[in-house]
Design a binder for this molecule. Structure first.
Ligand SMILES: *Cc1c(COP(=O)(O)O)cnc(C)c1O
Length: 468
């Protein structure tokens, strides 16, 4: 499989070439040159497979020429009952009104990002062993991504993680989840400032190319293609466990922020999975809903981005969106480059409402947004109606999914996190807390391991140089 850039000016690359990369050298994002196709007969044969073996069938063509035995072993040691709580790995929970939760948050940090990140840990270790290199992952987190990355990279040979977080500004649960890790290759750096300052520090270090090369600084953000690929798998698994016979229609709603999760659903459909409609759900930060309704893509500034009770969807611009636009425009790289390089910087937005491609796309993709009051009401209604507690992000999904469900077509709603992570909102909605998985029960009472640092680039560089 060859990978190409959405901006058309980077040389084709292999999966192994791009696995540790973020942006392509031309500023675009990598996608497979063409999507592998799985037939209904193949889907039928895949139906009884265990999750890891299903993952093997989906990922094999995307990672070729990686040796098949390497891939299979890696997947079998990633998707285990020990890490994901059950042999099924994912969990389906029917709700009232024709909806069903697709539970992909059974991993160690109780959010869907574990599904990809756990594989990435093994993939990075494999790639680094092959080249004999070391990698220092530098990142900033306000919660979910950082902990998923740390739990995936803990103990991995050749990888160190330096994760910046805003000191005293994460929830007690999130703080304890990250800081309770006690691993020589994981460094929690609590910055005495807000999240944006943490991100600025990462940018400042990465902009020093000499330092970056010398210390082999890498990232593991949501544009990493391997993360998307791993997420494609659970759409296949969710579909095959929901239908009687492959070929039946199914809709899916995805609570969205950076457009990674729903891009994976789009890729699954492009590979032949019979998903009928994709429903994109946002919170008050409705950049993507606005695009799907009007054809205008208008990223917001940090100041225009609201802090909500579904915080992992509080984004101002969707980092994976360019991949979707590229496909929508029939993979016209020159046009994609024009939109993202010129139009966005010149006008701050672009408008595709008059494109035939936009109208066609909308046959298969719709959207909606939610807000705090609706999240609370949805959490309460689902609890009272179905006896299930859902997290605030999933509540955005259920609220929007309900508007689009049609008789005779089952609707999966992706459960992007477990409610135990968001105590305050759950209590506000139903007056009680959600139960925690056993492994997370004593989290806050564990010893915490972190260093406190002022928002100072030199101090950060010195720390990395000392510990890399
Ligand atoms: C990351 C995240 C999202 C958003 O997913 P994208 O892939 O960025 O669209 C939604 N909900 C939760 C709980 C998350 O952690």
């Amino acid at each position: 499989m060859h990978y190409i850039s959405t901006r058309g000016q980077a040389p084709a690359a292999s999966f192994a070439d791009i696995v540790l990369e973020g942006l392509a050298p031309d500023g675009g994002l990598y996608l497979p040159q063409e999507y592998p196709q799985l037939s209904l007969a193949q889907l039928q044969r895949m139906k009884p497979l265990a999750y890891a073996d299903l993952a093997f069938e989906v990922l094999r063509p995307l990672v070729a020429p990686m040796p098949e035995s390497v891939l299979r072993d890696m997947l079998r040691s990633t998707y285990t009952a020990e890490t994901f709580g059950s042999e099924q790995i994912i969990r389906l929970q029917p709700l009232q009104g024709g909806l069903c939760l697709l539970g992909v948050s059974q991993g160690p940090t109780l959010a869907f990002k574990d599904m990809a990140m756990q594989w990435l840990g093994r993939l990075f270790e494999h790639a680094l062993a092959a080249s004999g290199e070391q990698l220092n992952i530098l990142g900033a987190t306000s919660g979910d991504t950082g902990s998923a990355a740390e739990y995936a990279m803990r103990g991995r040979r050749g990888v160190r993680v330096f994760m910046l977080s805003p000191f005293g500004r994460m929830s007690p649960f999130q703080t304890a989840q990250m800081y309770s890790l006690d691993e020589p290759n994981i460094h929690n750096i609590a910055v005495q400032d807000v999240f944006d300052a943490c991100q600025d520090l990462v940018k400042a270090v990465s902009a020093d190319l000499e330092f970056k090369r010398r210390w082999r600084i890498g990232t593991i953000n949501s544009i990493n293609w391997a993360r998307i690929a791993a997420q494609v798998v659970y759409y296949f698994a969710g579909y095959l466990r929901s239908v009687r016979t492959p070929g039946e229609a199914l809709d899916v709603t995805v609570p969205s922020g950076n457009f990674g999760n729903i891009l994976a659903a789009h890729v699954a459909r492009a590979m032949g999975l019979p998903l009928r409609r994709l429903v994109l759900a946002t919170n008050e930060n409705d950049v993507l809903d606005e695009f799907l309704r009007t054809g205008v893509y208008r990223p917001r500034s940090t100041e225009q981005t609201r802090q909500t009770s579904s915080p992992s969807m509080d984004i101002s611009k969707a980092s994976n969106f360019e991949r979707f636009v590229f496909d929508m425009l029939g993979r016209d790289a020159a046009r994609t480059r024009q939109l993202f390089e010129q139009d966005l910087s010149a006008a701050g937005s672009f408008d595709l409402s008059r494109e035939a491609a936009f109208a066609r796309m909308r046959d298969g993709m719709v959207s909606g947004s939610s807000d705090h009051a609706l999240r609370l009401r949805t959490i309460r209604e689902v609890w009272e109606g179905s006896g299930v507690i859902i997290d605030p992000h999933t509540a955005d999904g259920v609220a929007v999914g309900r508007r689009h469900v049609e008789p005779g077509v089952p609707m999966l709603v992706v459960e992007t996190a477990l409610p135990a992570k968001f105590d305050a909102t759950i209590r506000e909605a139903i007056g009680r807390a959600a139960e925690r998985p056993p492994a997370a029960r004593d989290l806050e009472s564990r010893a915490q391991h972190f260093v406190v640092m002022p928002p100072d680039v030199q101090a950060l560089k010195a720390y990395i140089a000392e510990h890399a």
